[in-house]
Design a protein around this ligand. Structure first.
Ligand SMILES: Nc1ncnc2c1ncn2[C@@H]1O[C@H](COP(=O)(O)OP(=O)(O)OP(=O)(O)O)[C@@H](O)[C@H]1O
Ligand SMILES: [Mg+2]
Length: 231
């Protein structure tokens, strides 16, 4: 479980997250929805130690994100909006192996892990391609593969489809759903109401505060409207 307790965060003098309290269960598919600038990315980055609370705490499976960021990043993967922010090496399979290499995994095991994950995502044919030559959708899948090789328990997707065309968007959304079926906890950040369709829980952020947290079936249009979203 991810526990967020009395979390507040500011950049310089502006309060961005205001006393957030949430528990995100293992294996759930949780959407975080809010208007531009409502604090979604700031909150999401707290889930894997990319940002640390100014006040309060974030605890992942009993580990405080402040105490052991390396361990937290193994448990919680983070897929950025722009896959180009995530790719390190120029050859796809080398890039995917990056995290395992850092862990010091033996070469044969690393290779077999990388090819198993590429197969799972249907991107085996990209193994030796230069990532700079790939489409954005393919880059996003390579970035995701680099996270899946680490065998995370949770994955945060920060608006993973905004840069993609409809076809690639469908592929990524279907993949996210499938990962959740395979028991990976999903936290999907979005500002598009349609994108929460596969989630079971929804968090609505409105100017740094949680204005709704619960089952998607309980979410009302007025909550979304008040949060500045187009319904
Ligand atoms: N590095 C930073 N330094 C200062 N202010 C920042 C920084 N990053 C974000 N902010 C501010 O924090 C607020 C929340 O930003 P955040 O990126 O979390 O919003 P968001 O909900 O993810 O928006 P979007 O939908 O546009 O991605 C915004 O007012 C933004 O200007
Ligand atoms: Mg954002």
């Amino acid at each position: 479980m991810i526990q967020i307790k009395n979390l507040s965060f500011r950049y310089e003098d502006e309060m961005i997250l205001k006393n957030i309290n949430l528990n995100i269960n293992e294996g759930s598919y949780t959407a975080i929805i809010g208007a531009n600038g409502s604090g979604k990315t700031t909150l999401a980055k707290h889930l894997n130690s990319l940002l640390l609370p100014a006040k309060g705490s974030v605890i992942v499976d009993d580990i405080d994100t402040k105490k052991n960021p390396e361990k937290i990043r193994e448990k919680v993967g983070f897929v950025f909006q722009n896959p180009e922010d995530q790719l390190v090496y120029s050859i796809a399979d080398e890039d995917i192996a990056f995290g395992l290499e850092n862990l010091g995994m033996e070469t044969a095991k690393m290779r077999s892990t990388v090819s198993r994950i590429m197969k799972r995502l249907g991107i085996e044919s990209l193994a030796k391609k230069n990532v700079n030559m790939l489409s954005l959708g393919q880059k996003q899948l390579v970035a995701l593969a680099g996270i899946l090789v680490m065998n995370p328990k949770y994955i945060v997707f920060d608006e993973p489809t905004t840069m993609l065309d409809n076809k690639n968007k469908k592929t990524i959304m279907a993949m996210i759903k499938k990962l959740n079926k395979n028991h990976i906890g999903i936290i999907l950040v979005t500002n598009i109401i349609k994108d929460i369709k596969d989630s079971d829980k929804v968090i609505v952020l409105n100017r740094g505060r949680v204005s709704f947290y619960g089952n998607k079936s309980k979410l009302t249009k007025s909550v979304l409207k008040r949060a500045g979203l187009d319904v």
